[in-house]
Design a protein around this ligand. Sequence first.
Ligand SMILES: C[S@@+](CC[C@H](N)C(=O)[O-])C[C@H]1O[C@@H](n2cnc3c(N)ncnc32)[C@H](O)[C@@H]1O
Length: 252
Amino acid sequence: MKNQSVKDVIKDRYGKIARGEQTFCCPTCGPTPADQSLAVGYTPEDLQLVPELAVLGVGCGNPTALADLKEGETVLDLGSGAGIDVFLAAKKVGESGRVIGVDMTEDMVAKGSLLAKQHGYGNVDFRLGYIEQLPVDSGTVDVVISNCVINLTPDKLASFREVHRVLKPGGRILIADLVTAGELPPEVRASAAAWADCLAGAMEKEAYLATIRQAGFAAVTVVSESAYAAPEMDERLRGKIISVKVRGLKSQ
Ligand SMILES: C[S@@+](CC[C@H](N)C(=O)[O-])C[C@H]1O[C@@H](n2cnc3c(N)ncnc32)[C@H](O)[C@@H]1O
């Protein structure tokens, strides 16, 4: 599969989700986006804090709960969607901080920007761009977060190198993502739709952690992990899709 065709399928999928035309999830849906979000680690209080339309139920963790964000910090969210984690981070860093969301799908960026305006968030900024070529200046970010996005890029090393570039020395990452344990069926790996479902592009766990280290990160550790299970899941995938939360540091 060509990288560009994977990106086109993913943009088409997430454009439809942004416009409310589909409710596909990563990798399976709960009954509602809020239920799906509660199932992956958000609290009811988190969901009350953010605009309702920012909750799409397409994440696989709750990165701001683990990122230890502080007042005044600059945060970057990779693949920010409609902004659930951008808005949660914005509350934590306060008016003296700043949160940038980057997403390649125009309707996601438009939706996040509109919600920010409608709900009076003055410290957030949604930018159209690729995580493999971030539209962010070097050495300007304290913390990079991401929620179920890096599995979607065919070039994970380029993305983590970009993350390393934009972080300040001593900056940190808290990434929620899907990885694999064991082989996935070849037809799943070859399916563009399975890429958009956050399955086909997921990397084997140790290779994923090695990629983060190769990009220059130190102290790369798995904060938590759990097998991703859903009642309607393809039986051949059961136990092989792992939700991980990973920390890492850019050296001083
Ligand atoms: C599974 S959704 C997660 C959205 C958001 N993080 C959340 O939890 O609601 C993945 C998002 O990443 C974006 N995305 C996928 N690949 C990307 C890439 N290479 N560069 C920038 N954005 C990307 C998609 O457009 C989509 O909005």
